[in-house]
Design a protein around this ligand. Sequence first.
Ligand code: ATP
Length: 369
Amino acid sequence: MAYLQVRDIAKRYGAVTALAGVSFAAEKGDIVALLGPSGCGKTTLLNLIAGFFAPDAGDIQVAGRDLAGVPPHRREMAMVFQSYALFPHMTVADNVGFGLASRRMKKSERTPLIAEALAAVRLADYGERYPAALSGGQQQRVALARALVLRPSLLLMDEPLSNLDTLLRKTMREEVRDIIKRTGVTAILVTHDQEEALAVADRILLMNGGRIEQEGAPEEIYERPRTVFGARFMETTNFIPAQAAGRAGNALVLDTPIGRLHATHGEAEPHGPLTVSVRPERIRLADSATSATPEQNRVTGTVRSSTYLGTLYRLHVAVGEEMLVAHVPVADKMREGDTVHLTWPASETLVLTGGEAALPAPPPAERVP
Ligand code: ATP
């Protein structure tokens, strides 16, 4: 049995269903990200695992132990918060040792454990400093050391990097993952930041409206979203409404407003409204001689705008009534009004369940001009 087992967890707050039957498992040493937009239930799930309140239904087991009725302080978990919650009047070493002291551990026993935890977060020489004399990233590492020194059964992290500026967040992602992996602790990370989940986690639970929309390795969640919600949350662009029109070899044939497309990835037996998607970076410019095949999609359109982004051009290309975004190498400079042939492999064509009509408006950055 897996180290952490969460089964059919449901939780309501009055009329609001925060969790509607969530199940997942984690092996020892795994980092699992609970990823999703605000209100999808990720904090509720973390708090239920921590034992701050009880689920309406379902059960949670760690190392074969059912946690129903076990109060938070008996679950041997440690939590890292967005705010770090360090004590300003205590030195770094005393902050890290606080949990051990409250367990009435003797100072002589605490000292080597504190030193070990500080070394694990690369702050071995900072024990005598006060939190105010540390950078945001260092404070975050102290908060991690304070959690890890307890050798928790689970490390629970609620948006741990949200307080850091963008640049530091990016370096801290790798650092946090590295520290967790070296200590071997099993960790759950709550985040609404897809890049953070991709960089830190071994597995991602993408949540939507109190349910798990899709679960998988970071590569799978990014490369192979199954639903329009998942693709949109992972910042895929180019959504084209489609209808299944049979098969050609192992490719699914799709009728769309921009012509017939082929996809070798997606639902085996699609039903209901479908949406076809392709990432802008998977689209290439083709010369006019190339013709479409079941392996390779091809459409012709007119460049509506071309934006220089340093390493590439972002093209907005009108294909019939639809607008496609393509990222092309700077060598392929195009001008407004140019006719272009766009091509992308059937294997990079995502067939998503859920129609475009059901979607909320895209964020402004994705809106075509
Ligand atoms: P965020 O990232 O904004 O914290 P979240 O994904 O963590 O969002 P939750 O905080 O778990 O989401 O909330 C899930 C749903 O339950 C939301 O609709 C929220 O409004 C509701 N909710 C959460 N806590 C309470 C509460 N104490 N009383 C009533 N409703 C609540």
